[in-house]
Design a protein. Structure first.
Length: 154
């Protein structure tokens, strides 16, 4: 099943694709790779989710925010590529969690993003290499930021 058909089947609602917050390309195509700049959690109404895990946000809320980052990234990829069906597989994910120093469940938070990718592209193509790390802060006090590399259809 195509990515676009799977998104429709799951009845996923993508937020508006965000405008770059600095001097960079949201998606840079190099050969058959789409390198995606860091994205935060944007709601469908265009507002951002904020919070620090272990302080103003729970792990479960951060997990949901990570899933929302995935939806935001899909919106950007659709805008930049024209269709998510141009994506063959997820190659690499770097997930950053805005958390208190004593919080240690960064991978569980980033699973919110990773589970969404598997729901869309399946166990083989939706699961790539991954790092999940904690940060002392993130831009605009977002709880999660994710950057990725996708392989495009040949």
């Amino acid at each position: 099943m195509s990515a676009e058909a799977r998104i429709a089947e799951l009845r996923l609602e993508l937020p508006p694709a965000p405008k770059p917050g600095g001097i960079y390309h949201p998606v840079l195509i190099v050969g058959n790779l789409a390198i995606v700049s860091g994205h935060g959690p944007l709601r469908t109404d265009g507002t951002i989710i904020t919070g620090k895990v272990g302080d103003t946000m729970t792990e479960a809320e951060a997990h949901q925010a990570a899933r929302q980052v995935g939806l935001t990234m899909l919106a950007t990829l659709r805008r930049e590529l024209g269709s998510l069906d141009r994506i063959h597989r997820l190659v690499k994910t770097l997930g950053m969690v805005n958390a208190t120093p004593d919080f240690g469940n960064h991978p569980q938070v980033i699973n919110g993003f990773s589970n969404l990718m598997v729901e869309i592209w399946g166990e083989t193509n939706g699961k790539g290499a991954r790092s999940a790390v904690g940060m002392g802060s993130l831009p605009s006090n977002i709880p999660v930021e994710v950057e990725t590399i996708f392989e495009l259809v040949a």
